[in-house]
Design a binder for this molecule. Structure first.
Ligand code: CA
Length: 226
């Protein structure tokens, strides 16, 4: 899952990035409202944490503009204690939740989990598809008694495929979700990671496979053994 942080106070942004990365979210940070809006409009995020007082464009305006463009990504506003009117305006403008600075990391994580669950993304610690179970906490893939550890990118890729198991994920979308919108150095690595995952699926004797649809992308499906 990919989370966008729009926050100009470097200390807070760095802290958030560290907390979320430790929980295996992919995180992008921007420090002003104008870039923040561009990033939100990319549609590549599962959730955005949005500060209100920002250079360029304030958080409320970013939010209003994003909602008026039809972006439905869950947004958690960061507000200072005194800004009660901002909270009300924020919720009226389409925020899903807000948290008051200084905030407690556990509380923020709980709210992020709640919000991403509400949007239908990965919610609990485990995702399942066919005969496989992906554990976020253990960073492993399981099939019956057999299990295998996944690297961070492998995990992100598998999670993306499992959350979107009913459709073919375009290669560009997967790359953006796993490696980020600004990173083109790893563009061709996706094939390498898919091949790692295929080996691991074989190792745990899963009946699930990753299917390549040429010039479109990747999907997962349960092998037909008949
Ligand atoms: Ca600020």
């Amino acid at each position: 899952m990919r989370i966008l942080i729009i926050e100009d106070e470097k200390e807070i942004a760095d802290g958030l990035e560290a907390i979320l990365s430790r929980e295996n979210y992919s995180v992008d940070v921007v420090d002003n409202g104008i870039s923040g809006l561009d990033y939100i409009l990319s549609g590549m995020y599962d959730l955005a944490v949005l500060d209100i007082m920002l250079p360029g464009m304030n958080g409320i305006d970013v939010l209003k503009k994003a909602r008026s463009e039809g972006v439905t990504v869950p947004v958690i506003l960061l507000t200072a204690k005194s800004q009660l009117s901002d909270k009300i305006e924020g919720l009226d403008s389409g925020a899903d939740d807000y948290i008051t600075k200084p905030f407690d990391a556990e509380e923020l994580l709980a709210r992020i989990r709640a919000r991403t669950r509400a949007s239908g993304s990965a919610s609990s610690d485990e995702l399942s598809f066919g005969d496989i179970i992906l554990s976020k906490h253990r960073q492993e893939l399981r099939c019956g008694e057999r299990s295998v550890k996944l690297g961070h990118k492998e995990f992100q890729l598998m999670e993306c495929l499992m959350i979107n198991s009913s459709r073919i994920m375009p290669k560009d979308t997967l790359i953006t979700k796993v490696w980020g919108p600004l990173d083109d150095t790893e563009y061709n690595n996706i094939e390498v990671y898919v091949s790692f995952l295929r080996k691991k699926l074989r190792f745990i004797k899963a009946s699930v496979q990753i299917v390549t649809t040429k010039n479109v992308g990747y999907s997962i499906e349960v092998k037909d053994n008949g």
